[in-house]
Design a protein around this ligand. Structure first.
Ligand code: GLU
Length: 387
């Protein structure tokens, strides 16, 4: 599971990198953008570029900068105020990056994404080709969530996950998540003095996910679990993840030189195809179908298509072509895919053999409720949803 003696960092050989910096690394508590910090990140990234690497930067900090510009001492809780702060602050964030990178003769581009942009196949492909084009042009894309327009239904929600989605989108070799913590411990070191630091592990290892999010692990509440799950997602396209402290001097240059800093979560699972990743990366689904035990086995063990006869329940309001989850009787997801029938039609044909579909509905578009070619299957049972 974990390797005690660290090898050289995977970042050493990574040519295409997604770098995520958290708000605390680019802003001063209550005072907005920390220009010196932004300049230091730009200087390091300029050196990585000079080494022939391509970088996409995912940066938080818009809300913190917006609060400072608006003179708000406390983070508002109302969505519309957060969105207003993000709209004001994003200006400052990209201004700071542009000024800092211009100093090194590097152009920057602003990319604001929502989950919906990545869930819609055409917009996903557009975002992908734009990022590829920018990288080919030598530009450093600076990505953030489009906080101004997001609602809970369409938001990614955090920039660790957004960083992993961008890693998948551009098939980056590695995702570096810089934070104000040193990395992952086996337990909360404040409560467990014997907790050990995890130098290296495998992305998607359920034991690490339990350490990051398990009960009694304060360090895992929120922050670290999101990062460990982001590593699992990044691994879908073969991206390794490093979670390290942004307070380490020259952390990016040292990682690039092979110094093992932080927690490295290596991508060891077979890489999913771009289409499977697109399916797996749907964070918000339109509905779900509950399967009987036989159908669960057919999906998880043989990766078969889903037939209506194996479905016992349907929830949600979806149309033909929407992405829908397949869950077992405990609600654990065993796969997901593009469904061939609407929620209303599915409710009418569930538990029925395919030969009766035409009679029941008066039409039949497909034998299968979901075809295996349009599905992605969970890699682990019983705890994991496809990520
Ligand atoms: N998009 C938010 C911001 O720029 C940050 C979200 C996050 O850090 O996860 O303030």
């Amino acid at each position: 599971m974990t390797v005690p003696s660290p090898q050289p960092s995977v970042i050493q050989s990574a040519k295409k990198l997604v770098l995520k910096v958290g708000s605390s690394l680019v802003t001063n508590e209550g005072k907005g953008i920390d220009i010196d910090a932004v300049s230091r990140w730009a200087a390091q990234i300029a050196q990585l570029r000079a080494q022939g690497r391509q970088i996409v930067l995912v940066s938080s900090g818009a809300i913190a900068e917006g609060m400072a510009r608006l003179g708000w001492p406390r983070r508002p809780s109302a969505m519309y105020e957060l969105q207003a702060a993000a709209a004001v602050g994003q200006m400052g964030l990209v201004q700071a990056y542009e000024a800092a990178f211009t100093h090194h003769g590097i152009r920057t581009a602003q990319i604001l994404l929502t989950h919906e942009d990545l869930a819609d196949r055409r917009r996903y492909l557009n975002a992908r080709s734009t990022l590829y084009t920018l990288l080919a042009l030598g530009v450093v894309p600076i990505v953030n969530e489009n906080d101004t327009v997001v609602t809970n239904e369409i938001r990614v929600g955090d920039n660790d996950t957004l960083g992993a989605l961008v890693t998948n989108l551009i098939e980056a070799d590695a995702l570096v998540i810089l934070t104000d913590q040193t990395g992952l411990y086996s337990a909360d070191p404040r409560k467990h003095p014997d907790a050990t630091f995890i130098h290296q592990g495998q992305a998607g290892d359920p034991a690490l996910e339990a350490m990051a999010g398990g009960s009694g692990s304060a360090i895992g509440t929120g922050g670290m679990l999101t990062k460990v799950l982001a590593a699992r997602r990044a691994a879908n396209s073969g991206g390794h993840t490093v979670i390290a402290s942004g307070h380490e001097a020259n952390v990016l240059l040292r990682l690039a030189a092979g110094e093992p800093i932080g927690t490295e979560l290596r991508a060891v699972l077979p890489v999913r195809s771009a289409r499977q990743r697109w399916l797996a990366n749907h964070l918000r689904l339109r509905g779900r179908v509950t399967l009987d035990a036989g159908a669960v086995r057919a999906l998880t063990e043989a990766h078969r298509s889903l037939l209506a006869i194996g479905v016992v329940d349907v929830e949600g309001d979806f149309e033909r072509g929407d992405v829908v989850a397949c869950v077992d009787e405990h609600g654990v997801e065993c796969g997901r895919g593009l469904i061939n029938y609407s929620a209303a039609d599915t409710a009418r044909i569930l538990r029925r053999p395919s030969s009766q579909i035409a009679d029941i509905l008066g039409h039949m578009s497909d034998q299968e409720l979901m075809h295996r070619d349009n599905m992605v299957f969970a890699r682990r049972r019983p705890t994991a949803a496809p990520q």
